[in-house]
Design a protein around this ligand. Sequence first.
Ligand SMILES: [Zn+2]
Length: 326
Amino acid sequence: MKDAFFETTPPWGFAFAGVGLDRVSGRRDNAEFLSELRARPDARFVVIARDMPILDRQTRHAFWPPALVDALGPARVEILLGLDPAGAPYFAALMPDSAVEQQADLSDGFQDRRVLVVPGRDDLELVDLRTIAWQGLVVSEVAAILGEAKAIAHWHARHSFCANCGAPSRVSAAGWRRECDVCKTQHFPRTDPVVIMLAVDGERCLLGRQARFPKGMYSALAGFLEPGESVEEAVRREILEESGIICDEVRYVASQPWPFPASLMIGCMARATTREITVDGEELEDARWFSREEVAAIFEKRHPQGILSPNRMAIAHHLLKFWLEG
Ligand SMILES: [Zn+2]
C-alpha cells in the first residue's frame, strides 16, 4: 500500500497560525480586569481600518500604544486579543471607515490592492494581510496576531445589527460577543470552515485552476463546508463537483487560519477511485493529474508549461510538498 502519508503528522507551521497569546477567555466578562489591562503602560493595539492593519511605514511595526487609537478614533470596537508571555495585553481596535481615505483601488479579484492612507500621517501605511505574509513584512508570530485581529474586526464591522430582530446589537465579552438587548439573542464571531484537499491516485495528484488565479497557477481543490456535512463528506463532494473524480478514504492533515476574511482551511488528502476528469467549468477552468516529477518541477519553477503552485504562505503549498516528500 502507498498510504504511508496518511499516517504521519506534518511538522510545519503556517502563515497566520501560532498566535502566541493567552486569550484569557474565562475573564472576558470581567469589566474591572479589562479596564486595568487597557490602562497598562505596555498595552498595545493592532489598529484596523477597512480590513487592513496600520503599520509604521519605515519599521513595519504593527503594535501601537492606545494614543494612536485615541488620535484616530474613537474606535468602533476594541477587542482583547490576549496577553503575551510577559502579561502585556494586546487589543484590536476597529476604527471608523472615516479614519482612512481610499486613494485608488487596483484590486484584481485575487488580491486586495486598495490604496488606503491616514490623512496627514505619512508615517503610517495600511497593508493587506496577503501582502504582509507574501512579502514577509512582519515575523510569523506578528502575522498570526494581525490575522486574528483582522478576522474579528471584519466580523464586528459587518454585524452591528441583530440578525434575529434587526435592532442594533451591543459589544460584550471584550469584543468576543454581541448582545441584542431587544430580543436577548447573543451573537458570536464566525469562523467559516473550508476544506482544501489533494485527491491522490497512486503516484499522481489532482490540481485545478480557477479563472481568477494568476497565470499558470494550479492549486489544491477547495470549498466551503456546508451545514449538515462532515469534513470527509465535504471533501468528497467538492472533489466530485469540481472534477468528477470519486474518492473513498479521506484523511485530515493540518489546518490553517485564513483571514480572508475569516476562514479556517482544513487540509486533507483523499484517495481517488476514478481517473476520468470532468471539469465543472464554473468553479474551475481546468483540472489535471500531476505526477511526482511534474510537482517537483513546479516547485523548482522549471515545469515545461510554466505551471506554478501557491507560495508557502498557503496550506496548499504544504499539502503538495507533504505528498511529494511522503
Ligand atoms: Zn435582536
